[in-house]
Design a protein around this ligand. Structure first.
Ligand SMILES: [Zn+2]
Length: 523
């Protein structure tokens, strides 16, 4: 089916009330309407859902929207029903929350051809009765929302997503549009392969959020620092993410005691309290919500002015997604993350009980986050590189590393010491162990060089010396691998030849916090 631009604009105005499309919306919609497969990478707030809602409304048949977010489904269905008064059948959702009578109503509308959009949770899609129902209707296309759930490398892997392709084949073939707000090149190829849409046209929007400011702070007395920060930003809306429910409760309480209007949100609270706390935040009865990552999916509060990560996130994708909830209105959004290497060790311990494959992936994702936190490069550049995008400006003007570059120093001597240690040890030691020897926390026979290592590495800031200078893409030639066997030749060559170019600068730039740096910027 072909559709001209005037008609599309008319529909855009009638249904959504907009005069113009945003970004790539129009080409995406045309491509889909013309029967092509599409892969859409668009950051949160970019107008992703319109890319399938509008074509669904203009095409013949019913569009099947597969989405994992049940709460969000209801909101979207309500919104679409609002387009045409009295036409409730135009959009439905099918998930485990429906009663028998409600399911019967959905069924009737589908069979009568009234429904243009059907939202389905992946679990419901796998049910025999639903598959049989969908076989009986005409399907315009399939939209796979939050498509990164397909990939084990995504931050939100859901095994049922892997079954989508075979179910589509069982029901009836139709064009597929896969959409996600976060996908690294690896996740992207996983999605295309798994959905078998390698021919899909890829629409990639820029992931840059110029209005967001990124900063990583040392996790020294974070509570005090957070209270001070919120007081400086009094009356503004903000989200604080913690990894554990316990910390969420503690911190929310501490903030309240300090006169800050804050409430907790986590999966351990009953549904009523959760909904109440969320509503109070949306209605601005409280300024701050302290939450686990369970909070925020589908929350559309445009004026969130800050997002604080009390604990380091488990992956860069998660971090990007969560920080992305700040400044949706295009105005200021401050993203502060607290980092301490101890937290990483804790997270690694948590992972130990999990299956090996999951551990491996978890560790790699975590290493990427550590490298991001430790880096002295522009945070924006690192984030965008992570999503396969080049950021060419030398200074973004809105991250801690650009605004307050870390002190650089000549680290050749220290690097030589590292090499001496590595060469004097058998190969089977973990970096952790080497790091402890270097920081003077652990002795290892007489392997220590004559110079007392403990005086070299800063004791009270036990960061990981071997992580210096890496970046999330692992592109730094000085420290490409995890094992010191791999590091050795690079270190040796680098140090002896004076670690030329970027390697020296980055290693030195990342190094001082291990060695000489005091508290950053007087905090
Ligand atoms: Zn920057």
């Amino acid at each position: 089916m072909a559709i001209d631009s005037t008609t599309l604009h008319l529909k855009l105005k009638t249904f959504f009330g907009y005069d113009a499309f945003k970004g790539d919306q129009e080409p995406i919609i045309r491509h889909l309407v013309e029967g092509g497969n599409a892969f859409v990478l668009m950051p949160t707030g970019g107008g992703k859902s319109l890319c399938y809602q509008l074509p669904a409304l203009v095409m013949e048949g019913t569009a099947i929207v597969i989405s994992p977010l049940i709460a969000l489904m209801k909101n979207q269905v309500d919104a679409i029903r609002g387009f045409e008064a009295g036409e409730n059948g135009i959009a439905h959702f099918l998930n485990s929350s429906l009663s028998r009578a409600q399911v019967a109503e959905v069924r009737e509308d589908l069979l009568n051809g009234v429904t243009k959009l059907l939202y389905v949770a992946p679990e419901s899609l796998t049910k025999e009765e639903n598959i049989n129902l969908l076989k009986e209707i005409r399907i315009s296309f399939y939209a796979v929302d939050e498509a990164h759930c397909i990939s084990e490398w995504g931050h939100d892997f859901r095994p049922e997503y892997r079954k989508i392709r075979s179910i589509i084949e069982e029901i009836q073939p139709a064009p597929v549009i896969a959409l996600t707000a976060t996908a690294t090149p690896k996740v992207q190829s996983d999605i295309l392969k798994n959905l078998r849409i390698q021919d899909a046209r890829v629409f990639r929007s820029s992931f840059n959020r110029p209005n967001l400011y990124y900063e990583v702070r040392d996790k020294v007395e974070p509570e005090k620092d957070i209270i001070r920060f919120i007081r400086q930003n009094s009356g503004k809306s903000g989200i604080i993410y913690c990894l554990s429910r316990k910390k969420v409760e503690e911190l929310a309480q501490l903030l309240s005691i300090n006169g800050i209007r804050a409430l907790p949100y986590h999966a351990g609270l009953d549904a009523k309290t959760r909904a109440e706390n969320q509503d109070k935040f949306l209605a601005e009865e409280v300024d701050v919500i302290v939450a686990t990552i369970a909070f925020g999916m589908g929350i559309d509060k445009p004026d969130v002015r800050f997002v604080i990560h009390y604990d380091i996130p488990k992956s860069i994708e998660g971090y990007y997604q969560e920080t992305g909830r700040a400044g949706r209105d295009g105005k200021e959004g401050l993203c502060i993350t607290y980092y301490s290497y101890k937290d990483i060790q804790k997270l690694e311990k948590f992972m130990q009980g999990k299956p090996v494959a999951e551990q491996e992936i978890g560790k790699q994702l975590l290493n990427e986050t550590v490298a991001y936190a430790e880096s002295s490069q522009c945070r924006r550049k690192l984030l965008l590189n992570y999503f396969g995008e080049d950021y060419l400006a030398d200074n973004c003007g809105a991250c801690d590393n650009c605004l307050h570059p870390k002190t650089r120093f000549d680290g050749r001597e220290e690097m030589c010491l590292v090499i001496e240690l590595i060469e004097s040890l058998p190969e089977h030691f973990k970096l952790e162990h080497l790091s402890n020897i270097l920081s003077g926390n652990q002795r290892h026979g007489e392997v220590l060089p004559a110079r007392q290592a403990g005086t070299l590495w800063c004791r009270q800031r036990p960061r990981h010396p071997f992580l210096v200078g890496r970046n999330p893409s692992g592109a730094n030639p000085a420290f490409p691998g995890k094992r010191h066997r791999e590091l050795r030749p690079h270190l040796r060559n680098g140090a002896r030849q004076g670690l030329p170019g970027e390697a020296l600068r980055t290693a030195a730039g990342g190094g001082p916090h291990l060695l000489r740096r005091g508290r950053r910027r007087g905090r």
